[in-house]
Design a protein around this ligand. Structure first.
Ligand code: 5GP
Length: 194
């Protein structure tokens, strides 16, 4: 999607060969108008899949997930990285290693909000090594819910998350595909789906 590429070119910063900083519109400050366009794009990409729920992970997945839920007219559930007094029983959990934080955490959702009858679209900000997406897939499987696919705003195709997920037969749609990062430079795959 040209829009995402242009946004990254204008505001993204490659910190090194592995990490892209997009704090100005997604990971710290959020650009709502841009996010609405992301929601429109995911809704179009997964049109006709009879999605009943969006599942994401706190915190950076929430903005694109909410906009997609708004367009599709379905609720948005986000996995929490810490339990709380209100989230203790009836949990579905998975272990996720965070690429950016370089630590493992247990992500949880309440079984109350994810049912066998659900058709789930998993949304996240980045797809890198696929740990977050695999954890969310695992949670959907525990619930017995069907997974319609995974939408990532930005996929770094030089890391192998996308390959692992597609090999499992999961439909993965990424709005921008990055083939390489160099300090101060971002390289995109030629043809990216609009
Ligand atoms: P994965 O689990 O696919 O390895 O990594 C996905 C998660 O790590 C995303 O939810 C995202 O928050 C974070 N992440 C991975 N790569 C990047 C990156 O290059 N930049 C930023 N800002 N976050 C990233």
């Amino acid at each position: 999607m040209k829009l995402v590429e242009e946004k990254i070119k204008a505001e993204g910063k490659a910190l090194d060969s592995q990490v892209l900083k997009v704090d100005s519109f997604m990971n710290h400050q959020v650009d709502p108008k841009f996010m609405k366009q992301i929601g429109d794009a995911f809704a179009k990409a997964f049109h006709g899949k009879r999605i009943t729920k969006i599942l994401t992970l706190e915190s950076s997945g929430i903005a694109p997930a909410v906009m997609t839920g708004l367009v599709l007219g379905v609720p948005v559930l986000f996995g929490r990285k810490k339990t709380s007094l209100t989230l203790q029983n009836g949990l579905l959990s998975a272990e996720v290693y965070s690429f950016t934080k370089q630590e493992s955490s247990t992500i949880s959702v309440s079984a109350e909000y994810l049912q066998q009858t659900d058709v789930v679209l998993i949304i996240d900000d980045f797809l890198a090594n696929g740990q977050a997406a695999l954890g969310l897939l695992d949670i959907c499987r525990q619930a017995g819910a069907e997974v319609a696919g995974i939408g990532a705003v930005i996929e770094k195709v030089f890391q192998d998350g996308g390959r692992k997920l597609r090999e499992q037969g999961v439909m993965v749609e990424s709005l921008a595909k990055i083939t390489a990062l160099e300090e101060g430079e971002v390289f995109f795959e030629e043809e990216v789906k609009a």
